[in-house]
Design a protein around this ligand. Structure first.
Ligand SMILES: C[S@@+](CC[C@H](N)C(=O)[O-])C[C@H]1O[C@@H](n2cnc3c(N)ncnc32)[C@H](O)[C@@H]1O
Length: 216
C-alpha cells in the first residue's frame, strides 16, 4: 500500500479514534498523568508500524501508560481503529516524527522505557545515514529515561544490530543489560513475537534484542 492510502477502517480510526487517543505536537509538553487519568510507568514506542505489538503490550500491562509514535499514517489509522473496539485506555499516539515529539513533548529523566522494534534497516551503505539509530539520537533518547529506565531495540538485520551495539555501547548514559559490550539479551516476555518477525525467522534471520539501562 502506498504511503498515505488508507482502508475505510483506517480512515474511520482516524476520524473517530484520533480525537480520543491522538496526541499533538502543538499541545507541547505531555502531561502524562492528566492525559491518562492515572499515574503509572511511562513507556514510549517509536515506529510502531501497524501497532499490533504495541496494542498487545498495552493490553497486557494496564497499569502502565503507553505512548506510540509513528509517521506512517495508515499504521496510525489501523491502531486507532483497533483501539476503538478494544476497551484499552492506557495507550495514546502521536502521528509525528519521533525527533519532533522528543524535542517538544517529552521531558528529560521522565520515561521508564523506550521501545524501538525493527526500525528500517536501510540495507544499502549509501542509505545508512537514514538509519534511526545514530549517536546523537541515542544520546537524546537516553537523556529522556529515568535513572534505571531502559532502552530496548530489536532487529533481525545482523549488520544493523552490529551498528546498534557500537552506538549504544559508546553512549556514556547507558549500560548494556547483556552484561558486556556487544551482548544481546533473550527476548523479554513483554515483547510479543510479531508476524513481521516470524517471517524473518522463516528466512533464517536471527532476531537480536538489545536492552540498555540508564546508568547515570
Ligand atoms: C520496519 S517498520 C517496523 C514497524 C514495527 N515496529 C514492527 O515491528 O512491525 C519501522 C517503522 O518506523 C517508522 N519510523 C521511521 N522513522 C520514524 C520516525 N522518525 N518517527 C516515527 N516513526 C518512524 C516507519 O514509519 C515504520 O513504520
Amino acid at each position: 500500500m502506498r504511503a498515505g492510502r488508507m482502508t475505510p477502517a483506517q480512515a474511520r480510526g482516524w476520524q473517530e479514534g484520533f480525537p480520543r487517543f491522538g496526541l499533538n505536537l502543538q499541545s507541547g509538553p505531555l502531561d502524562w498523568d492528566a492525559t491518562f487519568g492515572f499515574a503509572g510507568r511511562r513507556i514510549v514506542e517509536v515506529g510502531f508500524g501497524m501497532g499490533d505489538s504495541l496494542l498487545q503490550m498495552a493490553d497486557a500491562d494496564p497499569t502502565a501508560q503507553f505512548v506510540g509514535i509513528e509517521v506512517h499514517r495508515p499504521g496510525v489509522g489501523r491502531l486507532l481503529s483497533q483501539l476503538l473496539g478494544a476497551g484499552i485506555d492506557n495507550l495514546r499516539v502521536y502521528a509525528e516524527d519521533a525527533v519532533e515529539v522528543m524535542e517538544h513533548c517529552l521531558a528529560p529523566d521522565s520515561l521508564d522505557a523506550i521501545h524501538i522494534f525493527f526500525p528500517d534497516p536501510w540495507h544499502k551503505k549509501r542509505h545508512h545515514k537514514r538509519r534511526l539509530i545514530q549517536p546523537e539520537l541515542v544520546h537524546e533518547l537516553a537523556a529522556l529515561l529515568k535513572a534505571d529506565g531502559y532502552l530496548h531495540l530489536a532487529t533481525d538485520w545482523a549488520p544493523y544490530a552490529e551498528h546498534m551495539f557500537d552506538v549504544l555501547d559508546a553512549e556514556p548514559l547507558l549500560t548494556n543489560a547483556g552484561g558486556r559490550p556487544g551482548a544481546g539479551v533473550p527476548r523479554p516476555d513483554y515483547r510479543p513475537l510479531t508476524k513481521f518477525e516470524a517471517r524473518g525467522e522463516r528466512l533464517g534471520h536471527v532476531v537480536q534484542d538489545l536492552v540498555y539501562r540508564r546508568s547515570n
